[in-house]
Design a protein around this ligand. Structure first.
Ligand SMILES: Nc1ncnc2c1ncn2[C@@H]1O[C@H](COP(=O)(O)OP(=O)(O)OP(=O)(O)O)[C@@H](O)[C@H]1O
Ligand SMILES: [Mg+2]
Length: 257
């Protein structure tokens, strides 16, 4: 039996007069792929920002692996095993692909700033171990051929995959992808879907949360879909049911008008 890894209950977030997220409750099981879809400004990214603790909710409860994490910090949740990518690429252009992946492990580093400056044995041990893990992760995801390259010299589709590798290197329990297909051409989107499928196979217990603007992209990938509009969940269910839900069609068609 798969186990619930992440749960939100009645999450609420206001920005001034705007209710970005209203009464958002959902749950994600280990190994499950859950999509959050909806038009621009629906509150999708804010949900990720609340889960990853960039923002604290105004009210509501977050539970991770059975533990209340509502009051935890960004670093604490990252260390516990919640990892994410961002809507816009955030790779360090001056670092190699390998180093970009490696820096993600600094969250887990236990050495102090003083130790970092003094290059103590503990610091060196962390560096060696981080290098090894980053390399293994790139290899597992078939990205090792780009290890020494600068991200800016790589096609955007590869940069997006490197970002996902960076989010995965710490071996999180929950991986959150915010519009991973944004800015990709149709061929790259196709490859990205394959890439996410591979991740599913290689990390069978990993829960994956995907924010997507376009419904078609997540249809074949997700086990369950939540549809947000103006901060509210207007529909949820299995992909096939969501696809034909009149409220969902209205939200999407309304946007195109
Ligand atoms: N830091 C903030 N300060 C003020 N308003 C914000 C902030 N973050 C989000 N909002 C507002 O909250 C609402 C939801 O924004 P959010 O970015 O979560 O939507 P989204 O569904 O991710 O949209 P998109 O598809 O365009 O990425 C919007 O009205 C947005 O302007
Ligand atoms: Mg967004």
């Amino acid at each position: 039996m798969s186990q619930c890894i992440l749960k939100t209950e009645h999450l609420h977030k206001n920005f001034g007069g705007v209710t970005a997220v209203k009464d958002f409750s959902f749950s994600v099981d280990e190994g499950q792929v859950v999509a959050i879809i909806g038009p621009n400004g629906a509150g999708k990214t804010t949900i990720f920002n609340l889960i990853s603790k960039i923002y604290q909710p105004d009210s509501g409860v977050l539970t991770f692996n059975g533990q209340d994490i509502t009051g935890k910090s960004q670093i604490e949740t990252a260390r516990m095993g919640i990892s994410r990518t961002f809507q816009n690429t955030r790779l360090f252009t001056d670092l190699s692909v390998l180093d970009n992946v490696k820096v993600a492990l600094d969250y887990g580093a236990r050495y102090t700033i003083l130790e970092a400056m003094l290059l103590t044995p503990r610091r060196w041990k962390h560096e060696r171990e981080a290098g090894r893990r980053a390399h293994n992760c790139l290899e597992l995801l078939n990205l090792d051929q780009y290890a020494g390259k600068r991200p800016s010299n790589l096609p955007y589709g590869i940069q997006r995959r490197v970002e996902i590798a960076r989010a995965l290197v710490s071996e999180p329990k929950v991986l959150m992808l915010d519009e991973p297909a944004a800015g990709l051409n149709p061929e790259e989107v196709f490859q990205l879907v394959d890439f996410i499928r591979e991740i599913k196979e290689k990390y069978p217990r990993l829960a994956i949360l995907i924010i997507e603007h376009r419904m078609d992209l997540v249809m074949n990938l997700s086990d369950y879909i939540y549809v947000q509009d103006f901060g509210e969940t207007i529909a949820q269910g299995l992909p096939e049911a969501v696809r034909t839900d009149p409220l969902v069609l209205k939200a999407y068609l309304g946007e195109e008008e």
